[in-house]
Design a protein around this ligand. Structure first.
Ligand SMILES: [Zn+2]
Length: 394
């Protein structure tokens, strides 16, 4: 991997280890790729089977493609589906939906956790841990099992997941470990266990393979739009990785001359927990932590995205996009429209990007001729309680 270099997004230095935050400044470490001109062409990529991660091997930091095969289920690129009927209903006739809810764990989390588990295999790890109450834990459990590694999901007793989510984690063979407190306490336990050598952490930013896997959303959208890129790309925004990673992927293709232009990126937060939107509206780079209020879902409820928040702001501002807060009622409307017009059942976090596009169009901030892509990142099956709320309110 002589073309892969490590870079700290905080201080710009070159850290010596890919795992962990930058020793000098606590910033996120990311690999950068310096491919010789002509090494990777559009034709080369198009000639390959569209495997989820290994189709992009030159732009991923793995020593051996076999590790990806051992951690995955043979997943292919997800469809970028034209949705003209739904699009006309919301004033965006050139709307396309990126259907990551079709991946095996029923959310986009197969991308990061295939990469995380493949990296663990290459590092000789036998156990991997994540603090998660939702889709991340389920995806990690599936891919770890597939690779013969143990997955530990650390849960806080405050804000514990619903019985259906716990049952799913148990069914997938995850070892559950409970701590007093909420998500922050669970994350601290994962980091302490990693420092003590109990496991490898699958935590976003501490483990750069999370972003490296997730960035393939950007790669696929570039390829599926004929390497032009859409006008606007709407993404969910919680801890920041779902915005930062596609931005990184699109930027890497643009730097290689494979993508014509960077789309405007929009990050959608639930109005009940929107610290990045608050910073965007203040014109600030710093995130002021908030305490999430009860909402439709626990997914995306990150009150203090300390590392990912500022990086997401860089992505949104740098591309001419925006961070937007979406009320629960608008998310429920987007869920109903997705089901009624296109036959797609999404969970609230899976429909929030579409809801933000709808909101933007209704506010007159997106012209009807705009080519718009919304990521539908999670299935209704992940969150039966929220879907019941949608049906009851209809
Ligand atoms: Zn640094």
């Amino acid at each position: 991997m002589e073309h892969v270099f490590l870079h700290c997004t905080g201080c710009g230095e070159a850290p010596s280890s890919i795992m962990g935050l930058c020793q000098a400044c606590g910033g996120a470490v990311m690999p950068r790729y310096r491919l010789p001109p002509g090494r990777l062409s559009r034709a080369t990529i198009e000639a390959r089977p569209p495997l989820l991660l290994s189709a992009w091997a030159e732009l991923l930091p793995f020593h051996d493609p076999a590790s990806l095969a051992s951690a995955g289920f043979g997943e292919m690129a997800t469809p970028l589906l034209p949705a003209p009927r739904l699009g006309r209903r919301i004033g965006l006739p050139r709307l396309h939906l990126k259907l990551d809810l079709l991946l095996p764990s029923l959310s986009h989390k197969d991308r990061p956790h295939t990469a995380v588990v493949a990296a663990a295999l290459e590092q000789g790890g036998t156990r991997i841990a994540l603090a998660s109450s939702g889709n991340g834990g389920a995806a990690l459990a599936m891919h770890a099992r597939r690779a013969g590694i143990e997955a530990v999901v650390v849960l806080g007793r405050e804000g514990a997941p619903s019985p259906s989510k716990l049952a799913r984690l148990r069914t997938l063979g995850a070892r559950l470990e409970w701590v007093e407190g909420g998500l922050d306490a669970a994350n601290r336990r994962v980091e302490a266990g990693a420092a003590a050598g109990e496991w490898l952490p699958a935590t976003t930013w501490t483990n750069p393979f999370v972003v490296e896997g997730e960035k393939t959303i950007g790669f696929e959208i570039a390829r599926q739009t004929g390497w032009r890129g859409p006008d606007a790309l709407f993404l969910p925004l919680g801890g920041g990785a779902a915005v930062v990673a596609p931005w990184k992927g699109l930027g890497e293709l643009q730097a290689l001359g494979l993508l014509e232009r960077m789309p405007r990126l929009y990050g959608a937060q639930f109005a009940h927990c929107a610290p990045v939107v608050a910073a965007f509206d203040r014109g600030d780079e710093a995130i002021h932590p908030v305490r999430p209020e009860p909402s439709l879902t626990s997914v995306l409820m990150v009150g203090n995205p300390r590392i990912g928040g500022p990086l997401a702001l860089r992505a949104l501002r740098g591309t001419g996009g925006a961070a937007r807060a979406v009320p629960d009622a608008t998310v429920l409307r987007a869920m109903r429209l997705l089901a009624a017009e296109e036959g797609i059942g999404a969970e609230p976090a899976g429909a929030i990007a579409l809801a933000a596009a709808l909101q933007e169009a209704e506010a007159g901030r997106l012209p009807p001729e705009a080519e718009v892509v919304a990521l539908v990142c999670g299935s209704a099956a992940n969150d039966p309680e929220a879907v019941a709320a949608m049906v009851e309110g209809a």
